[in-house]
Structure formats: C-alpha cells, structure tokens
Write a protein that binds this ligand. Structure first.
Ligand SMILES: NC(=O)c1ccc[n+]([C@@H]2O[C@H](COP(=O)([O-])OP(=O)(O)OC[C@H]3O[C@@H](n4cnc5c(N)ncnc54)[C@H](O)[C@@H]3O)[C@@H](O)[C@H]2O)c1
Ligand SMILES: [Zn+2]
Ligand SMILES: [Zn+2]
Length: 422
C-alpha cells in the first residue's frame, strides 16, 4: 500500500454516523491555518476507549470525522508564531523546530489562559479534543495541531524521553496520565487522609492541631485503605498501576479490588500485578467480576465498603456499582467519559452516605511529570509490545482499522496502536 496517493493527500481513519462505521479514506494533508499551528507527521497513534464513544454513536458527533487523539510524530511545518524572538509565550514558540519529535496530549491547550496557568489544562478556554469533526484526529498520516506551542511536548523537554520506544511514549498522550490522575485525586482527598496519616478527620488534613481530641486511638483496621477500580480496559490498568505505585511508595496498608466482567482483562491485570508488586507485604490485590467484586469488598471490610472507588468505564451501571461499593464518607472518582444519561443517584443517596463525587477529563499537562516518572519506572509493563504483561498489545496498519475497532469494542483485544505507514 503506498503511504500517500500524491503529495497533497494522506490516508486517515474516518468514522461515519450514526455508529460502527469505520472507513480508511484518502483525504487532504492538513495545512497551517493559523500562525500558532504545527503540522505533525504521525509515527504512531492510539486507539482508545474514548474513541469507542464516538464509534458507538453515543458521543455527540453527527458528521464524519478523522478519529484518534493519541499521537507521537515529527513536526513538518510550523506557523509564523514559531521564531527565536517569540518571548512571553510558552517556550515552544521559540524552541520548536521542523524535524523535532513531539508527543501530544489528547486535547489542545493554549498554555496562556487562567486554566492553563493553574494546571487545569483540560479546561483551557481554547480546549479542543482531537478526533472530532472540529479537530481532525491523529489516526491519520498528518495532523494539524492548533495552539501547538502550548499543546505539544517536544522530546527535548522530556527527561530520558529518547530512551523510550514510541509505543511507550504514546501512553503519555492520554491513558497513563489519566490513570495517574484518577489515583492521585482519590488519594489526595481530605476524606482519605485519616487512612494515610493515622489521625481522625479532619486533623489528618489540617496543619494546626488545636484542641482536645477525645477520639479513641485507631484500631489496626482503621488504617487499612480499601479501594476499588472499576473497569480494566487500558485506562483502568493504568489507574491500577498508578494506584499501586502510590500506595506502595507511601507504605500504606491497602486492599485493592479491580473489577471487570471481561475475564481476559482480569487475567491480564492479575499478571501485571504479579510483575509490579508480587507479594507486597503491606497490601492485597484481587481481581473480580461485578458480583464477586461486591462480595469481596463486603468481606474484606466487614460490610463497610471502599474508602474510594475509581470508575474507569464510562457507563451508568459502573457509576451505580461505584456507589454500591463506596462506604459512608467515601469518594467516587470517575474518569470514565459519560454521555447524556443522568448520574444514577438521588441527592438523598449521596447525602446519606456523605459521598464525594469527582468527575472529568484528565489535565494531561499537569499530570505529565508524574506519568513520565511512572512510565520510566514501569518499563517492564509499559515499555514492551505484545507480551503477556505488556499494556500495548499490538501495532497494526490502517488496513486493519475496521476490524480492530470491532474487536476493541467487544473487549476482544486491549490497547492497540496504529502505524499509519504500515
Ligand atoms: N477522563 C479522561 O480524561 C479519560 C481519558 C481517557 C479515557 N477515558 C475514558 O475511560 C474509560 C475507559 O477507557 P478504556 O480505554 O480503558 O476503555 P475500554 O472500553 O477498553 O474499557 C472499559 C472496560 O470496562 C469494562 N466494563 C464495562 N462495563 C462495566 C461495569 N459495569 N463494571 C465494570 N467494568 C465494566 C469493560 O469490560 C472494559 O474492559 C472510557 O470511558 C474512556 O472514554 C477518560
Ligand atoms: Zn485516549
Ligand atoms: Zn489555555
């Protein structure tokens, strides 16, 4: 298959409404449209659970679009904003050159607005999600990146990045930072502090320790942190890896229960756990299906439930399961992408359990340093392709796109990447 039909056209994976219709088509190579744009020649792109919402027709798209929001590649053209005297703007406007290798977070962020400055980069006022009709995605040979000086990472700025395979770097676009985000948010919550500090709420999270605290001392069981991860797709696996890493490095005593109805995905997670934690003396890890998961949580906690539940699926049944599993004064941390359905709890149910709900998109740029550290540390599972414990299962060409979308949708494969030149 020739890589491109002529010098102005490229091959790309396009979705057609209403659902389940993936076509590989010849389309125009994008061009610089704005001085802040970059054109990136893609070396690898990812297929993600978030693509499945569009694929299934449960996203908001109603027009055909080029799919994909995870890509690494090489800069082949830059707009006029990129020049050596571009000061007062994100540093890539003066540093990025044609030929540089880049990794892209899955949303555009300007790097200059309030939300970007404070680290909530996924809510940039100019945010755009790649792989939508308005922002053609990375399952193509070329992509246009808007606000590229704020959005992209140059490999020059990624410490030890050049030691990483492209298939590993690609995990930084979305799924690894998202897993880190879910785990970090849950473990940073004020309601979790009693279990990490050994002090009752709210002292564990307070700097001043004024007043006579007349609580009885904690029993051993009061410091055991029990957490569930719902969904063991690629993002759920990343959330488990991040969570376990944080729990082990903080020397917390923990139970983690990882739940998915898909047996193959449970088996993969169990073998990844064996590699990354083995016999961790301070903690226990179990995989379970949905019914068994409820029983395991109940028996491990004497019916109390989980301190925190990470929801990494993106449907209402998983959100409901999260509520059923969480104990009073617990947290639900949902990174699953949800559609138009209402949250499946009444206000009174949340009130009666003092449940904290945390939802939403990962601010990849903010989580990037933590994700990179984990990526470098866990090359055993995040660095290889196709092994029993490799997160990335295979790399295919676009000719396999329709089949791979179908397989991934049905849970018959795990993380798959596209080589657009294969
Ligand atoms: N918040 C973010 O920034 C962000 C970033 C990336 C992905 N996501 C979202 O994360 C979710 C997971 O992504 P993925 O790539 O792992 O997708 P995936 O579709 O491969 O994985 C979902 C997993 O959930 C399991 N599942 C389905 N229903 C379940 C239930 N009721 N209980 C337990 N498990 C159930 C499936 O068997 C599957 O293994 C998606 O919704 C995706 O859109 C969010
Ligand atoms: Zn993704
Ligand atoms: Zn911004």
């Amino acid at each position: 298959m020739p890589p491109t039909v002529d010098s102005s056209s490229q091959r790309a994976v396009r979705w057609y409404p209403p659902s389940y219709d993936i076509r590989v088509e010849t389309v125009a190579i994008p061009e610089i449209e704005h001085p802040d744009d970059a054109i990136v020649k893609i070396q690898l792109s990812g297929l993600c659970g978030s693509d499945l919402h569009v694929y299934r027709g449960t996203g908001r798209a109603t027009e055909p679009c080029i799919m994909g929001h995870e890509f690494v590649g090489e800069v082949v053209a830059l707009g006029m904003s990129f020049h050596s005297s571009s000061s007062g703007r994100p540093h890539l406007y003066s540093k990025l050159r044609v030929g540089d290798k880049v990794v892209s977070p899955f949303t555009v962020s300007c790097g200059e607005c309030h939300f970007c400055r404070v680290g909530f980069t996924c809510r940039c006022v100019e945010s755009r999600l790649f792989g939508t009709p308005a922002t053609p995605g990375g399952q193509a040979q070329y992509v246009r990146v808007c606000r590229a000086g704020g959005t992209l990472y140059s490999l020059q700025d990624i410490p030890d990045g050049s030691s990483l395979a492209d298939s590993s770097l690609l995990l930084l676009c979305d799924i690894l930072p998202t897993g880190v985000f879910a785990a970090f948010q849950a473990l940073s919550h004020a309601k979790i502090q009693p279990f990490t500090t050994g002090q009752p709420y709210p002292l564990g999270s307070s700097l001043s320790q004024v007043g006579d605290v007349s609580f009885l001392p904690f029993l051993e069981e009061d410091q055991l942190l029990t957490m569930a991860v719902i969904g063991l797709g690629p993002v759920g696996v990343c959330a488990c890896i991040a969570l376990l890493d944080m729990l082990v490095s903080r020397k917390s005593r923990f139970n983690v229960i990882a739940i998915d109805p898909n047996e193959t995905r449970r088996a993969k997670m169990a073998s990844i756990y064996a590699i990354i934690c083995g016999n961790q003396p301070s903690g226990e890890f179990q995989v379970a299906d949905i019914n068994n998961g409820k029983e395991v949580v109940a028996s491990l906690t004497n019916g109390l439930g989980c301190n925190a539940v990470l929801e990494v699926v993106g449907n209402t049944s998983a959100l409901r399961l999260a509520y059923d599993l969480v104990r009073p004064f617990g947290c639900i941390n949902s990174v699953g992408v949800h559609s138009d359905h209402a949250v499946p709890y009444k206000g009174v149910e949340l009130y009666n359990k003092n449940v904290s709900l945390d939802f939403g998109r990962c601010p990849v740029r903010a989580m990037f340093p933590m994700a990179l550290e984990l990526l470098l540390k866990r090359q055993d599972v995040l660095g290889s392709v196709g092994g029993e414990t490799s997160l990335v299962e295979k790399i295919v060409g676009f000719d396999d796109a329709a089949q791979i979308y179908d397989d991934f949708d049905k849970g018959k494969c795990g993380k798959v990447l596209f080589d657009p030149w294969k």
